[in-house]
Design a protein around this ligand. Structure first.
Ligand code: PLP
Length: 446
């Protein structure tokens, strides 16, 4: 292997060198073509090389790329905040935007604003953020503290707050061994038990991904789940933070995934698809209710980053939103997502290792099992997820590895989340390559 100074995710793995992208396809410098079946990390949601975005980048770069937020505001940042407030219907009075650069920064900012909100209201001691096991809210210490992702926590446990508290709404492996609807949302009511145990006077907020992504492989809660969660939060004076970093901005067939359950959040985090990967930007959306005591109080949100609200990234995010609206990509994600889901269900009949297909819109997950009846996962040593993702890449299909399975034992899942611009014919291409991959892997497993 050639000497390299770039720290890549796995130091002993060879990564192909990217050459360029076009729509849902990527090409490496050896001329190999890949279908971007996961939009990278569920990010490139309008595909690669979109002229409208590149033109906007050039136009803005010719005006100004960077100003420091403590010295200037800019038209793109102002317009983006207004646009996001219009899109995030639900909360009375709309939302204010705090721009950052990554999903981790967005959730960490959400955590800080939730704590600040109670301080500004004169309520002392509400500092804890409850969350779910099987969740991922980011890699920085605060965001990781809120994440129920055992593998990513492991090395830093002694530095982390002990936050994740309740079971996920994981119907495929129900934590209570029951089924919906007779379960009566036991996993949601776990939140109330936790609040009673810990004491609402210590808790600032509860954070959840509307659909669990990297930590669960597109786990969709049963209908009514979020209404129960919201009711419990309101009853106990606890804020509800929706982490829409992966699910937001049209990915699931709604602009915000929480719309599927007609619920709104006090604080929403966005990232990934917000700029569709063209430039880094993420956001913490803060409802008027949360802003009110801050506006009457210190009038300063105690957070911020050098690149926050830079006009270059804001102009890209605005252009992406315009592109999504003018190409009806929310509707496309819903309609073509249903097509993709039906094709995956057909594949399940062919491959007994497919235990579960789940998701919404253009965010689909597959969980693999070694036995259809017992749902027992493959042995950890096999590392089936890596096998599948690696084989798919060899076959020219990019997939996203996710965690799932049984606590302490593990399991295997992938996310399939191509750009929202994908056509049904291109979905068929994914299905052919995925089928080929599963057949190759099954042979290897024999
Ligand atoms: N929140 C969710 C739901 C995510 O899926 C991710 C990333 O996968 C993050 C937060 C962290 O985002 P980033 O990797 O941009 O820091």
């Amino acid at each position: 292997m050639e000497e390299t100074r770039l720290i890549k995710p796995l130091l002993d793995k060879e990564y192909p060198m990217i050459s360029h992208g076009d729509g849902i396809y990527l090409y490496d410098t050896d001329g190999k073509k890949y279908i971007d079946g996961s939009s990278g990390a569920i990010t490139a949601s309008i595909g690669h090389g979109v002229k409208e975005i590149i033109d906007e980048m050039e136009k803005q770069a010719n005006k100004i790329s960077f100003v420091y937020r403590s010295q200037f505001t800019s038209e793109p940042a102002e317009k983006l905040a207004t646009k996001l407030s219009e899109l995030a219907k639900g909360a009375d009075g709309g939302y204010w935007s705090f721009f950052v650069n990554s999903g981790s920064e967005a959730t960490e900012t959400a955590m800080k604003i939730a704590i600040q909100y109670w301080q500004e209201k004169g309520v002392k001691g509400k500092n804890k953020i409850l969350s779910r096991w099987m969740s991922y809210h980011g890699i920085t210490i605060g965001a990781l503290s809120m994440s129920g992702h055992t593998v990513r926590r492991a090395r830093f446990v002694s530095l982390l707050e002990d936050y994740p508290t309740i079971s996920p709404p994981y119907c495929f492996r129900c934590p209570y061994d029951t089924t919906y609807p007779s379960c009566n949302y036991l996993c949601a009511y776990e939140l109330e038990k936790a609040i009673n145990r810990i004491g609402a006077e210590h808790i600032a907020a509860f954070i959840a991904e509307p659909i669990i992504g990297a930590a669960g492989g597109a786990i969709v809660p049963p209908d009514g789940y979020y209404q129960v969660i919201k009711k419990i939060c309101e009853k106990h004076n606890i804020l509800f933070i929706a982490d829409e970093v992966m699910t937001g901005i049209a990915r699931t067939g709604k602009m915000f995934a929480l719309e599927h359950w007609e619920t709104n959040a006090d604080i929403i985090t966005l990232g990934k698809g917000m700029s569709a990967g063209y430039t880094p930007i993420a956001a913490t959306l803060v409802s008027e209710k949360i802003m009110e005591p801050i506006k009457k109080g210190s009038r300063l949100i105690m957070s911020g980053h050098t690149y926050s609200a830079n006009p270059q990234s804001a102009s890209v995010a605005l252009a992406v939103l315009k592109y999504i609206e003018s190409n009806n990509l929310v509707e496309a994600a819903e309609k073509n997502g249903r097509y993709m889901f039906s094709k995956l269900l057909e594949l399940q009949k062919k491959y007994p290792i497919i235990g579960d297909i789940r998701g919404k819109g253009m965010l689909c997950g597959i969980e693999f099992v070694s036995d259809m009846i017992t749902k027992f996962p493959f042995k950890k040593e096999i590392d089936l997820t890596t096998m599948i993702v690696k084989q798919a890449q060899l076959n020219g299909l990019l997939l996203y590895p996710a965690a799932a399975g049984i606590e302490g034992i593990g399991g295997d899942a992938i996310l399939i989340a191509p750009p929202l611009t994908i056509t049904c014919d291109q979905i068929d291409e994914i299905i052919i390559l995925l089928s080929q991959t599963l057949s190759d892997v099954e042979k290897e497993l024999r």
